[in-house]
Every structure is written in C-alpha cells, then in structure tokens.
Design a protein around this ligand. Structure first.
Ligand code: MN
Length: 588
C-alpha cells in the first residue's frame, strides 16, 4: 500500500468490486488516483471531490475547473448551427415590415419556456408577435393544418416553431401553399425526409454540430435569440451597453432543459448551472409566484426543485389539455395576476396527480391480467379510455417497475396514439424507426417518444417492437446495476465537500449525482415512516449523520439494520435550518 493512500483511503481497497444490494448490483469502479491527486492539488479541492471529477469524463485540471465553474464566455457560437443566419434574416425582415409573426410551441415545460423566450425577445425587438400552443387532446403535438389555416385567417405571414415541427411535412406544406413562411426550430430527431420549411434549425440535422447537439427546444430558441441580438448590434441598433442581457433568459432555459431531461453536459451544463442561479434570483413575476407556491421563495433553486416542484406544475396544464395557463404564468407582468395563475396551475397539478395514480392502477391491473407480459421483453398496452396526456408519465413508472421498454396507447379519432419510454440501454427512437411500416407517425428521442398508428396496425407493431427488444436486450434477467463512485467514511461527507458537490450540480442525464458507499457504521436510531420510508441515524467514530431512504421497503416489511449503504448526500432545508442528509438509494 503506497504512502499516499494510507491516510483515510485504505478502506477503498478492502471493499469488493461488486456488492449485491437489496435492489441493485453495486459496481464500484476503478479509481485513477494519480489524476485525482493532480486535480485535487491544482484546484485545491478535497480528494474525494477530485476523485468524483475523474469519473465524469474529466481528464485534466483545466477541464475540472471549467466543469466546476461554468462560464458563459465558454459557450459555443450560434454559428455552429447551420442556417441560423437565414432564420435571423427572415425574422428581422418580418420585424421591419411589421409582419404578424407567430411562435408556434409545445405544451410541455421545454415548449412553453421556448415559446415565452422567443415571444418575449421578438416583442422586445419591436416585432408584432403572438403565440400558438396546440391543445394536447384535441390537436396533439406539433403543427397541424387546421391551426395554420386559422393563423392564415389572422394575416400571419411567418410562423416560427419552437420544440416541434421537424416531422410535420403535411402541415408545413399546407402553410407554404397558404403563403405562410415557416421557420422550424426544434431539437427532436429529424426524420430521413425533411419537411419543406423555409428554414430548419435543428442541431441534430448536422453531424458536425457537436457542442450544441444536445440542446433542448428552449436551448435552440436561446441560440436563435443570441444570433438575433448579434445581428441587431452589428446593424447599429444598440451599443454593447444597452443591448438586452441574455443572461436574464437563462432562468427559462434552465427550466426547459432540466425538465426535458436533456443531457447536462457541454453547452447544456453551462446554460443550466448559470440558469439555476438566475432562477434563484429571478425578478419575473410568474416565476416568483410559482416559487412561492412551491415553498421555494427564499431558497436557492436546485435541480430537484425544477424536476419535482416547478416542472411538474408547469407541465400539468398541458398534460390535462391546454398549456396556455402555464405560458401566461411565465409571461405575466403583474404580480397579483401571476399569483392567481400560479394557484390555478397548482390546482391542476393536484388533479393531475390523482388522475395519474388512477391510470397507473388501471394499467397495472391490465399488465397483471395478461400472463404473456411476464415473459415478454417489452410492454405494449392499449385502451381506448386512457388519458392521453398522462401516458408518458405512467409509462415511465412502468419502466421503473418492470425495467422494460414500454408503450402505452389510447384511442383518438379512430387511431391509436400514445407515448413510449425506454430503459437506459435501449434506443426507443431507433426501434420505432425500424417498426415504421406499422406506424402512421412517430418522433422523439432515445428514451422518450410519441407515436400514432391505425387500429389494424397494432398487432403488427406489437410483434415487431417485441422482436427488436428481445434481439437487443439480453433474454436472461440481467441484474439492475448501480455505479458507485467511491467508498467514503462519514466524516468525509462534510460541509466542505458539499460546497464542491453543489458546484457539480445540476445532476441528471449525462451528469449523474455522485453516489457513495459506506460501511462499518453503527445505527443509532431506526424508524420506518409511512410504512415504506427508512430513516436512520448513523454513527462512525465521532461523526453522526441522518439518512433517509424513500420507498425502500415493501409495506409490512420489518426494519432491516443495514450493514452497508449506498447514498447521495444533499442539504436538507427544513424550517430555516440547513442539514446534511444522506439519501439512501440501496442497502444490504
Ligand atoms: Mn423538448
């Protein structure tokens, strides 16, 4: 054992490479102590933090510095996006000629944040701009002919989409025939044949776009706005000092990017980490009212707050039908109006929760009623009465439970429509592409997608989808694995380390939250809350820490005294106090 690992880190070597926990097979990965030492020394950060950084594709001290301290100066140029200048020129012409512009959005958080951003900025430039959000149940996702005919009737001559449009060939063709120009800005996987829009702005269209490839819809809108600002500055409209500060828009960008589960690496990491700071001090009435209703008025807003509090509320109106309420909340310029809207959004979110639980129970009952699902690699379920806006949420919960790619469908106007969610290793979008002969339409990403098919296509689709899944995902029951970053002693999880772990936020896709394993502790206090949550007080030497694990136990199970835990540490804010707490992921 070398001298440099002696103090404190010897414990690492005495833990096996894999440990079978109650729910997961824990994989303790190899450490690059040399690189960690180099990073730790150069940045003067705790060894444990340096070690975690080496497990986030960071291979030098300067990369580690850029990762911890996000700087807007490091953002990639908008001109990485082909055709962005064409989009700018067309929008500027519309502004100058007082054309009626419409921002055509989507009803999820990403879509409404992108809509708000573009509407706000174009009107700031003096453009005549209004917005259009399709109704989720009546119209569905994306552009549709009826909406475009209606906009044509309102003398609209330019439609700029956000977060949608890449697959809407017919509607775009229709718009062009009516004399409406269409600029598509989107981040969904483009189809092989592209629609006939005047401009297509989608980072996934071009292989050479690297740093911007994973932008969310609101990220693409933000880049368009950046390019518009440059154009206006160059044409002499503003001095550098009185041009709009785009940093102020990053609160919306962070909301949409986090809620859309876009990978939090590269450009998205910078946008979201700076954006969360903006969200924490935003002066927008809508966001302030929304934070109030979530009990977040005076605290820093973190990734969890967006995912579990702000995001679901903003999503709820769109899921239940009409996202307009959430968009009006974001754009509100009056505090008392914003508070009323926030209350309404909150109420709809409660209705959504009740409806979601009910639908989940119903779907689970049909899974249990059909024995064939036990042996199948995928779940494809359809029922005419299911609520279309909730299928994605419920599909996610089925994936969590059964670990199988899941597609849920409901009937809309004689066709089946629905949502799919996937397990991390399986590319859902590609699978749907392979089954496209059985589909009317599909679109989305690796992990989440939407689809539409005819009644008679369902059996064929189910069979084709199942055969792709069984070919790609091994038949035998693979254990669910959990990557553990490092073993740690309890005294290593301290406020100093937490400061740096907080700098690594936001966590999510592409930037997983650090997970630690600890052992050799005493359990001083053990409680079961609400039948399924496990609460512990741990002691190791002189260090005592509280730990909590949500939904770890089956109801009626007696309390186990764990010997080893895997957890992520977080600050817990409660009644004005800030306490370190370990969130238990698994135990054995
Ligand atoms: Mn999106």
């Amino acid at each position: 054992m070398g001298e440099k690992y002696k103090r404190g880190r010897t414990i690492v070597e005495s833990v096996p490479k894999t440990i079978q926990g109650t729910r997961y097979l824990w994989q303790l990965s190899h450490h690059d102590h040399e690189l960690a030492g180099e990073i730790g020394q150069a940045l003067q950060i705790p060894p444990l933090v340096a070690l975690i950084l080496t497990k986030r594709q960071i291979s030098s001290p300067s990369q580690a510095r850029d990762f911890l301290y996000s700087r807007l100066e490091n953002l990639a140029s908008p001109h990485q996006l082909p055709d962005i200048e064409k989009a700018v020129i067309r929008i500027v012409r519309a502004i100058e000629h007082r054309e009626q512009i419409v921002v055509y959005g989507d009803y999820d958080v990403d879509g409404i944040a992108a809509t708000a951003l573009l509407v706000h900025f174009i009107s700031r430039l003096g453009g005549k701009v209004q917005w259009y959000l399709p109704h989720r149940i009546d119209e569905g996702y994306g552009l549709n002919k009826r909406a475009l005919s209606q906009l044509h009737g309102q003398s609209v001559s330019l439609v700029v989409t956000v977060d949608c449009g890449s697959s809407d060939h017919d509607a775009i063709q229709h718009a062009r025939e009516l004399g409406i120009d269409v600029i598509v800005t989107d981040h969904h996987q483009p189809p092989r044949h592209l629609p006939a829009a005047n401009v297509l702005l989608n980072p996934k269209l071009d292989q050479d776009v690297t740093e911007l490839r994973d932008l969310a819809g609101v990220g693409v809108a933000f880049y368009l706005v950046t390019a518009l600002r440059t154009h206006f500055r160059r044409s002499g409209r503003w001095n550098v000092s009185d041009q709009p500060n785009l940093r102020e828009y990053l609160d919306w960008v962070a909301l949409g990017t986090l809620a859309d589960m876009a990978p939090l690496t590269s450009t998205n990491r910078i946008l979201t980490s700076v954006g969360l700071l903006e969200l924490s001090r935003t002066s927008r009435y809508g966001l302030r009212a929304l934070r109030e209703i979530c009990g977040l008025d005076n605290s820093q807003v973190g990734d969890w707050d967006v995912l579990f509090r702000l995001g679901p509320r903003l999503n709820a109106p769109g899921r239940m039908g009409n996202g307009e309420l959430a968009l009006r909340l974001l754009l509100s310029t009056d505090l008392s109006e914003a508070r009323t809207l926030a209350r309404q959004v909150d109420e709809i979110n409660r209705e959504r929760q009740v409806a979601e639980d009910k639908l989940l129970a119903e779907v689970l009952a049909s899974v249990e009623a059909d024995n064939s699902f036990q042996a199948s690699g995928s779940l494809v379920l359809a029922s005419p009465g299911w609520h279309k806006g909730l299928l994605g949420l419920v599909a996610s919960r089925l994936v969590e439970r059964f670990n199988k790619p899941t597609v849920l469908l409901t009937q809309v106007d004689q066709v089946w429509e629905g949502s799919g969610r996937s397990v991390p290793t399986f590319d859902l979008h590609r699978a749907l592409d392979c089954c496209s002969e059985h589909l009317l339409r599909f679109g989305g990403h690796r992990q989440a997608a939407g689809l539409r098919l005819k009644q008679e296509q369902l059996p064929g689709f189910r069979e084709a989808f199942e055969s792709i899944v069984t070919k790609e995902i091994p038949r035998e029951d693979l254990p669910r694995t959990l990557k553990v970053d490092s073993v740690a002693r309890l005294d290593e999880i301290n406020p100093g380390v937490m400061t740096y772990l907080e700098l690594m936020q936001p966590f999510g896709v592409g930037n997983p939250e650090p997970i630690f394993c600890c052992q050799d502790f005493q359990v001083e206090n053990l409680r079961i809350l609400k039948g399924s949550h496990l609460q512990l007080r741990l002691r190791q030497g002189n260090t005592r820490l509280n730990a909590i694990g949500f939904r770890l136990l089956e109801s009626g199970q007696t309390a186990p005294v764990p010997e080893r835990l895997v957890f992520s540490p977080r600050w817990n804010y409660w009644q004005g106090e800030k306490r370190l707490q370990l969130y238990i992921i698994d135990y054995c």
